[in-house]
Design a protein around this ligand. Structure first.
Ligand SMILES: Nc1ncnc2c1ncn2[C@@H]1O[C@H](COP(=O)(O)OP(=O)(O)O)[C@@H](O)[C@H]1O
Ligand SMILES: O=c1ccn([C@@H]2O[C@H](COP(=O)(O)O)[C@@H](O)[C@H]2O)c(=O)[nH]1
Length: 215
C-alpha cells in the first residue's frame, strides 16, 4: 500500500473558520474504513516556532498570525519525509506557554495526509507539496464569535485578550495573508466545519484515491 506517493490534502482559512472540525470529521469518519495505516492529520500549529529563549510576557507579544511565526521549513521537511515513506516526530505546541513542549508525536507515512492551518498556502515550497488545496471561506465575524467561544473554553483566554489580539494581529493578518490564499485553492468551502456535502465530497475523493493505491 505504501509504494505509491501519498496524497496530501491541505485545508486553510481564517482562525476558527472550521479547519480543525472539517479535517477531524473526515479523519474520524474514514478511520474505521481505512485504519490508522490509511490516513493521518498534521496541524500547522504544531510548527509554531519554539520560543523557550523568551520570557512568557515577551511570547505573549508575538504575532502568531504572520507566516514568520511558523517553522514552515521544518513542516516542509517533514512532509517531504512522509512523501518518501519515512516517519517523523511532529512537535507538540502549547497555547498556554506559547512554545513547544518537550514531547513529540510520531507520525507514520500514510496514503492520505490531511494538513490544516491558517497560512499553509503562503509558502511556495509547501504549496508545491499539496495535491488538493482547500480553503474554508467562513465570514470573519462568524470566525470571531467562534474563536471567542472556543478560546475561552479551550485555550484559557479571556475576552479582553482575544479581542485585543484580534484587533492587533488576527484581523490585519487575515486581510494581508489569509484571504489572498483563496486564489491558490482548488476547492472553496462555505458554511464551516459542518458542511456535510463538502465532507462527503472529500471522503468520496479519498476513497477513490485509496482504491488507486490498492489496485
Ligand atoms: N459550521 C459550524 N457550525 C457551528 N460551529 C462550528 C462550525 N464550524 C466550526 N465550528 C466550531 O467553531 C469553532 C472553531 O472551529 P475550528 O474547527 O476549531 O476552527 P479552526 O481550526 O479553523 O481554527 C469550534 O468550536 C468548532 O466546533
Ligand atoms: O501561542 C499562540 C499560537 C497561536 N495563536 C492563535 O492561534 C490561531 C491559529 O490557530 P487556529 O486553530 O487556526 O485558530 C492564530 O490566529 C493565532 O492568533 C495564539 O493565540 N497563541
Amino acid at each position: 500500500m505504501h509504494t505509491i506517493k501519498p496524497t496530501i490534502i491541505a485545508i486553510t482559512g481564517a482562525s476558527a473558520s472550521g479547519k480543525t472540525l472539517f479535517a477531524q470529521t473526515i479523519f474520524d469518519e474514514l478511520l474505521a474504513e481505512l485504519g490508522a495505516q490509511g490516513i493521518t492529520i498534521i496541524k500547522e500549529d504544531a510548527y509554531y516556532r519554539a520560543q523557550d529563549h523568551l520570557p512568557l510576557h515577551e511570547r505573549e507579544k508575538t504575532n502568531y498570525d504572520h507566516p514568520n511565526a511558523f517553522e514552515h521549513e521544518l513542516l516542509s521537511e517533514h512532509l517531504t519525509k512522509l512523501l518518501n515513506n519515512q516517519s517523523v516526530e511532529m512537535p507538540v505546541y502549547c497555547y498556554q506557554t506559547h512554545t513547544r513542549t518537550k514531547q513529540t508525536s510520531l507520525i507514520q507515512p500514510t496514503p492520505i495526509i490531511l494538513v490544516e492551518g491558517i497560512l499553509l498556502f503562503t509558502n511556495p515550497i509547501l504549496r508545491n507539496c499539496f495535491d488538493i488545496k482547500v480553503y474554508m471561506d467562513t465570514p470573519l465575524d462568524i470566525c470571531l464569535v467562534r474563536r471567542i467561544q472556543r478560546d475561552t473554553a479551550e485555550r484559557g483566554r479571556s475576552l479582553e485578550s482575544i479581542t485585543a489580539q484580534y484587533l492587533e494581529t488576527v484581523r490585519p493578518m487575515y486581510y494581508q495573508f489569509i484571504e489572498p490564499e483563496k486564489a491558490w485553492a482548488d476547492i472553496v468551502i462555505t458554511k464551516g466545519g459542518k458542511n456535510r456535502m463538502a465532507i462527503e465530497v472529500l471522503k468520496a475523493k479519498i476513497r477513490q484515491l485509496i482504491q488507486q493505491h490498492i489496485s
